[in-house]
Write a protein that binds this ligand. Structure first.
Ligand code: UDP
Length: 487
């Protein structure tokens, strides 16, 4: 069959759930656009397993190729090939280790070239794997960078890492190159590693050079929608001086037809039917959904305040809960981390549902009873929330999440920020206050809901085809395909 194909696209994601799944979604999107390409996703053996279980339920012609990976050389514990079981402080080791995929990727490209008589059309690589651009150049193919973050968040993150503007001032507020002159970011909007980066630590040894390389690729694909990120896209295009194709929202596929406790390669702490049954009994927009993504958790004092605030707010909630920061996130949950009798009381009164470890997020967000999302503002979570018109209470914890949170409040008007980082102190009053604002059926809460609904409409239109007219994300995908066939 591959003989009939016009070319091969090889994709290489960064090894984290929030990157692997959008890469898979992008591969599918390319296949939906045209069947003329062979698509291969290459990553380490354990991540191939993760991808396999994520696609097991759908018929797929995406090739999955294992790249050998030597974790011990980088001080990673045995069998660690992604961020899942890695404490936040060790994630940087995984970033450094990802550069060792250079040789196996080169062999793969050479093998494909030999078999097909010409190199692949392009390698689509994660924004953090800038070294791929050199592999592509040396083997006669092109490199397209895929950022699984939004345009604004990507822009802030790459410019701050490249320029370290916060180190050039004593003030808490600073300007970030590439943003309008009067635009300000705050020191607390940086995660610890970035705040403390001084050019000699292992974080600054990785990010600036990798970002600089990604900026030399032939174009960028962004998991966003043209109409919802006008500002961020204008800045990003100007900064990169490269084509940026917005093909989003790339969302994970839902559970339809598969085991209801599995989605995207993960086992959920609750069966989908039980979760839906709980939500079905609630009023429209009455439930707050709480989750901090695939690799973060909050501190034990924050967890206590959140629980107390939830209980006193008397709102309904579903909380995907994990052991607090400093404990094994995948270990046993201890009742002492919550107010005495909390879980029992919530269960008994049917006011709150605690889902341990992992929940069916996209399904919860698309249920009509869900009215707001308390989120760490990871970009996938943001897209999943907004595509369902659900406003957000922001609690950014790492990566570019604080910039996403800032944009959601200041540019989109769909969010209120509760706090930042795992280090902050919060009180139950803080929690109650933001819940009341965002879940208010009138006033500010209603405004945010309306804006979130408008964004959801833009997102839907972007991926729709009406007769001759195609949405912006479909048009961008067509343009991407045309471009790589020509260059
Ligand atoms: N997710 C989920 N259930 C959970 C936690 C996370 O399904 O209990 C999914 C969520 O739907 C999203 C992804 O994991 O697709 C998290 O990605 P995001 O970019 O929001 O955050 P990250 O995990 O990268 O910090």
């Amino acid at each position: 069959e591959s003989a009939k194909k016009k070319g091969h696209i090889v994709m290489i994601p960064f090894m984290a759930h929030g990157h692997l799944i959008p890469f898979l979604a992008l591969a599918r999107k390319i296949q939906e656009t045209t069947t003329t390409f062979t698509i291969t996703i290459a990553t380490t053996p354990l991540n191939i397993q993760h991808l396999k279980s994520a696609i097991s339920t759908t018929i797929s012609s995406i090739n999955l190729v294992e790249l050998p990976f030597n974790h011990s050389q980088y001080g990673l514990p045995p069998n660690i090939e992604n961020t899942e079981k890695l404490p936040l402080t060790d994630i940087i080791k995984l970033f450094h280790a990802s550069t060792s995929l250079d040789a196996p990727l080169s062999s793969l490209i050479s093998k494909i070239t030999e078999q097909e008589g010409h190199p692949p059309l392009c390698i689509i690589s994660d924004v953090f794997l800038g070294w791929v651009t050199n592999v592509a150049k040396s083997l006669g193919t092109r490199n397209i960078t895929f950022t699984t973050c939004g345009a604004y968040g990507t822009m802030a993150y790459i410019s701050i890492w490249s320029n370290l503007p916060h180190r050039k001032t004593d003030s808490d507020e600073f300007w970030v190159p590439g943003f309008p002159k009067n635009y300000r970011f705050h020191r607390t909007q940086m995660h610890r590693f970035l705040r403390e980066a001084d050019g000699t630590d292992s974080w600054s040894k990785f990010f600036p050079p990798q970002i600089a390389l990604s900026m030399k690729s032939d174009g960028w694909i962004c998991n966003t929608v043209e109409e919802i990120e006008t500002f961020g896209l204008q800045l990003l295009r100007n900064y990169l001086q490269l084509p940026v194709w917005c093909v989003g929202p790339l969302l994970p596929s839902t559970t339809k037809g598969s085991n209801s406790k599995h989605r995207a390669g993960k086992e959920s702490g609750i069966a989908l039917e039980d979760c839906n049954e709980w939500l079905d009994l609630k009023e429209e927009n009455s439930v707050l959904y709480i989750s901090f993504g695939s690799q973060n958790t909050i501190s034990s004092s924050q967890m206590m305040a959140l629980a107390e605030g939830l209980e006193e707010s008397e709102k309904l909630f579903i909380w995907v809960i994990r052991p607090p920061f400093g404990f094994d996130m995948h270990g046993e949950f201890k009742a002492e981390w919550l107010p005495e009798g909390f879980e029992e009381r919530m269960k008994h009164s049917k006011r709150g549902l605690l889902v341990h470890k992992w929940g069916p997020q996209l399904e919860i967000l698309s249920h009509k009873s869900t009215g707001a999302f308390l989120s760490h503002c990871g970009w996938n979570s943001v897209l999943e929330s907004l595509s369902n018109g659900v406003p957000i209470i922001g609690w950014p914890l790492a990566a570019e999440q604080a910039y996403n949170a800032k944009m959601l409040v200041e540019e989109m008007g769909v969010s209120v920020e509760l706090t930042r980082t795992v280090e902050s102190l919060i009180s139950k009053e803080d929690v109650k206050r933001v819940i009341e604002i965002v879940m208010d059926k009138e006033g500010k809460g209603n405004e945010m809901k309306e804006k979130a609904n408008e964004i959801a409409v833009h997102m839907r239109k972007a991926t729709l085809e009406k007769g001759e007219e195609k949405g912006s994300s479909l048009r961008a995908m067509d343009d991407f395909v045309r471009t790589i066939l020509q260059i």
